[in-house]
Ligand binder design. Structure first.
Ligand code: AMP
Ligand code: GLY
Length: 459
């Protein structure tokens, strides 16, 4: 790289990113709990000198300066990052990624943790993801794409019940219907066609689900500790799908070779395939898995950290996050230090507003958060919150916040998290009471063939 005499800010000259580690200035894009958790971890990194967020939320704005821009507007984000002279931009949600925010920031010469618009198609189009998985030999559910009722009926009858029908496009985790009712499956497909879309219809995958986040730098991959999410709104996995109602990590019951299998059979082949296509993948490849009786299968790819899994996973990560994400953004993950984790277990329990995931009630005061923070090993991560005119925290979205707790084991972490949840006062709010309960009771079973190479479950 050419050395420049103007500090790298001259027009037309790419900034030289040989920053000294302790001066990394990071801009985090997104409004949710995942971004609050990322900001919190970045602030704990001694190499990070400054953190900004856009647009942020009430929790984030208490920690760092926030900027009221349209986070889905590539030019607006690139302009902000340039004005702040950011050394790294971390893009949290899928919408700005699919809109090309990373491309614009990269074009401005600033390292960005988050895939290009082209690579974000792995989440933005389920049909595209299936194509890449097929090319890369990644084990996943058999699937058919349908564009009209006739094709949908044929696809449903190919696989039989339970039926799995997915909106092809982005739907914030709510575009999937899993049902034994053929008419309900068809009705969901029809609603997607009516909206001008197509659907992916799949074979049903049995077995427990696992989320594995794999950091990618275009070529190299590093997996984080697996987590489990709870997608349905009600206890015992009843009711409609949500963005996620809680999570815990690590998974004591997961087969020993699981993470290596995810790297060898899923993440590395996918990253290789994306690089070969000329659209290298930089960011988090979020691998949603089912450990089925016929082996490990990918349910879905996302191109970002999961929410609320991130709240739990980052609570355990001891490796400085800013340096790690900067290594990934610069294509240098192979030089990053090995990940270190606390031995403790983390649980995140989401408090959602009344009527979520339908039309959530918003604008209500939230009380008790200070008391929650005083509990040992417990902190609050904001998601759908805002400040009212008096500076008081009010609800502003469906998933309002998560109470995150660390404990020596899952039993203690759950107790602490639920002690915290009980202190949160928000009228009409709802939460699941069974986050991590089955695992704490030793009730999760993985079929013997869950991982062919190492089928023995840990303790
Ligand atoms: P997705 O948006 O693809 O993650 O799907 C949301 C949820 O639907 C998943 O977390 C699963 O619980 C469920 N799901 C998706 N695909 C399947 C499948 N092929 N078999 C069983 N459940 C599925
Ligand atoms: N919790 C799942 C997701 O972020 O999509």
């Amino acid at each position: 790289m050419k050395s420049v005499g103007c500090g790298g800010h001259c027009l037309g000259v790419r900034r030289v990113h040989k920053v000294r580690l302790e001066t990394v200035k990071v801009l985090v894009i997104g409004p949710g709990g995942r971004e609050h958790a990322i900001v919190r971890s970045l602030l704990a990194d001694p190499n990070v000198s400054e953190v900004h967020a856009a647009p942020g939320n009430a929790g984030i704005s208490k920690l760092v300066p926030t900027h009221a821009i349209d986070a889905n507007d590539p030019d607006a984000v690139a302009a902000l990052a340039t004005r702040l002279t950011a050394d790294l931009v971390v893009v949290g949600p899928e919408a700005p990624l699919a809109a090309g925010v990373s491309d614009a920031v990269r074009a401005a010469g600033i390292p960005v943790f988050g895939p290009s618009k082209a690579a974000a198609q792995l989440e933005a189009s389920k049909a595209f993801a299936k194509q890449v998985m097929a090319e890369a030999g990644v084990p996943t559910a058999m699937a058919l794409v349908a564009a009209n009722a006739e094709e949908a009926e044929a696809a449903l009858d190919t696989f039989g019940a339970p039926y799995v029908v997915k909106d092809d496009g982005l739907a914030a985790g709510k575009g999937v219907v899993v049902t034994r009712d053929r008419n309900a499956a068809l009705a969901h497909a029809q609603s997607c066609f009516d909206a001008g879309g197509t659907v992916v219809i799949e074979e049903f995958l049995d077995g427990p689900e696992v989320s594995v986040f794999v950091l990618c730098d275009g070529h190299n991959t590093v997996a984080l500790s697996p987590a489990q999410d709870f997608k349905r709104i009600f206890d015992n996995d009843e009711g409609p799908n949500t963005g996620g109602m809680g999570a815990y990590t690590p998974l004591d019951w997961a087969p020993e070779g699981l993470v290596q299998e995810v790297i060898d059979r899923v993440a590395q082949p996918t990253v290789n395939e994306m690089a070969a296509r000329g659209t290298p993948f930089v960011g988090v490849l979020f691998v949603g898995l089912a450990l089925t009786s016929r082996g490990t299968r990918v349910i879905e790819f996302n191109v970002r950290f999961g929410d609320p899994e991130t709240q739990a996973v980052l609570a355990r990560l001891k490796t400085p996050l800013g340096s790690l994400l900067l290594s990934a953004a610069k294509g240098e993950l192979d030089k990053a230090e090995e990940l270190r984790w606390t031995k403790e277990t983390a649980v995140a329990v989401v408090v959602a507003s009344e009527n979520y995931p339908d039309t959530p009630r918003t604008g209500d005061r939230i009380r008790g958060l200070k008391k929650v923070e005083e509990l040992e090993g417990v902190h609050v991560i904001h998601a759908g919150t805002a400040l009212d005119d008096d500076g008081k925290v009010i609800s502003a979205g469906g998933r309002v916040l998560a109470v995150v707790a660390l404990g020596t084991d899952l039993v203690e972490a759950r107790e602490r998290a639920y002690d915290g949840v009980e202190l949160v006062q928000l009228e009409g709010s709802q939460f699941r009471t069974d986050i991590g309960r089955k695992a704490a009771r030793g009730e999760i079973r993985v079929a013997a063939s869950g991982v062919p190479t190492a089928s023995k479950a840990k303790a």
